[in-house]
Design a protein around this ligand. Structure first.
Ligand SMILES: Nc1ncnc2c1ncn2[C@@H]1O[C@H](COP(=O)(O)OP(=O)(O)OP(=O)(O)O)[C@@H](O)[C@H]1O
Length: 401
């Protein structure tokens, strides 16, 4: 048995990576037949799938997803086992609670979280005296890793690479309207004999289309949910992209109840405003997949997102969606304040100051950009944050000066 971990490990710009992978592929395709060998490859990069999954190479493709809550409890227990053995865990640590707070964390991220919490706790050994950092000899007596260390690491150190911990902020009626419409369509998809049921989430860039599509899919709680986005296909040729998209649909057809999110559909179609140009091959593939019924007894919900409705209209894709839901940007000061209050970024004094400054002014900003701006100013000194935040809002066209 041969196991290759991190098949795609980078060799910087040395060219080592390509040479090694090509050599391995050549071995797998080789003229000499090797009997009684089991080869297992592991990768985090779906974009090299196609070459690896060709007939005669790796035959079975198994996806290892993110751990669920009970999985995270087990992983946390593994990484805190030695500390527990040496009685270094404070009684206020509740592994179940940490597992609930680490949604979308991978096993490696949970390990990093434990390490970050540990290093935060180790800070208690440091004592500053006369502007010098010294080791505090008394700190060791009652030293333990406690809940606050984990909370600090969660807040400041480790964020999950997949998914988003922030989720959806219900900043106003427009968000509720999208989610309610989504829930209604899910109910129809569950009960309807005629699927695929498809709908389009349309809104300007950064208005939160992907996050809302994911939230709707999460609410659906379907056993199979897959996001098809250009991020995973950047290095693919046109035909490989089609194959990749087709594979997602083939996998979905195996489950009795599936949901596919086609994110930024104009980007999947290789749309270029110059020309305008797009891939005819991908467009035909998508059109066919969007209109083909899944096998008997299987139900499929397809959620597409776009910020270029006009492009879909031009490509004659728009009319296959009977339902279209608009995702709004934030256009009122009340809604902006709801976001700010929800993420606890500013003090109540700062929020009052902000309210006075933006009251009655016209405003138009997508939630994605707004959250980025808040994150930027959050790190600053308290007395500078609101001034900087307002100037960012004005610069980016969100707020009238
Ligand atoms: N009510 C909300 N609706 C949507 N996203 C929200 C909301 N509240 C918070 N968010 C966060 O805002 C971000 C929205 O980014 P997202 O990628 O979904 O936007 P998008 O419109 O798909 O962007 P793009 O046009 O660049 O593809 C996400 O990080 C999401 O977690």
């Amino acid at each position: 048995m041969v196991i290759f971990t991190s098949w795609t490990s980078q060799g910087g710009n040395t060219g080592v990576h390509d040479t090694v992978v090509n050599q391995l592929l050549a071995k797998m395709d080789g003229v000499e037949q090797l009997n009684n060998n089991l080869l297992i490859g592991m990768t985090y990069r779906e974009d090299i799938y196609m070459a690896l999954l060709r007939t005669g190479r790796l035959e079975v493709d198994t996806e290892i997803g993110l751990p669920d809550e009970s999985g995270r409890v087990q992983i946390l227990n593994i990484h805190t086992a030695t500390m527990r053995e040496y009685n270094e865990l404070a009684s206020d640590i509740d592994i179940q609670e940490i597992a609930a707070l680490t949604k979308n964390f991978s096993g490696a991220e949970i390990e990093a979280l434990v390490r970050a919490a540990w290093s935060k706790a180790m800070d208690r050994f440091n004592k500053i005296s006369n502007n010098k950092v010294k080791v505090d000899p008394d700190a060791g007596k009652n030293w333990k890793l406690c809940r606050a260390d984990f909370m600090h690491a969660l807040e400041h150190d480790i964020k999950p690479a997949f998914g988003s911990r922030i989720g959806i902020i219900k900043w106003g009626k427009p968000v509720n309207r999208v989610l309610e419409a989504g829930d209604m369509l899910i109910a129809i998809a569950r009960s309807s004999g005629r699927t695929p049921l498809k709908f389009l989430l349309e809104g300007s860039v950064g208005s939160g289309k992907t996050a809302l599509a994911v939230q709707i899919a999460k609410n659906a709680d379907f056993p199979f949910v897959k996001i098809c986005s250009i991020k995973k296909m950047r290095l693919f040729h046109e035909a490989e992209k089609c194959e990749f998209i087709k594979k997602i649909f083939d996998d979905a057809y195996k489950s009795p109840l599936s949901c596919i999110i086609l994110d930024d559909i104009e980007q999947l179609l290789d749309f270029l405003p110059l020309g305008p140009l797009f891939s005819n091959l991908i467009s035909q593939t998508l059109l066919s997949l969007l209109t083909t019924s899944p096998p008997l007894g299987h139900k499929l919900l397809i959620i597409c997102t776009t910020s270029r409705e006009d492009v879909l209209q031009e490509m004659e894709i728009l009319n296959i969606f009977r339902t279209k839901i608009h995702v709004s940007s934030i256009t009122s000061s009340e809604h902006l304040i709801n976001v700010v209050e929800n993420i606890d970024a500013f003090t109540s004094n700062e929020i009052e100051q902000l309210k006075k400054k933006i009251n009655g002014k016209s405003l138009c900003i997508g939630i994605k950009k707004l959250l980025k701006q808040i994150e930027m100013v959050r790190q600053m000194e308290e007395n500078q944050r609101i001034v900087k935040f307002l100037s960012l809002l004005e610069e980016e066209g969100g707020l009238e000066p």
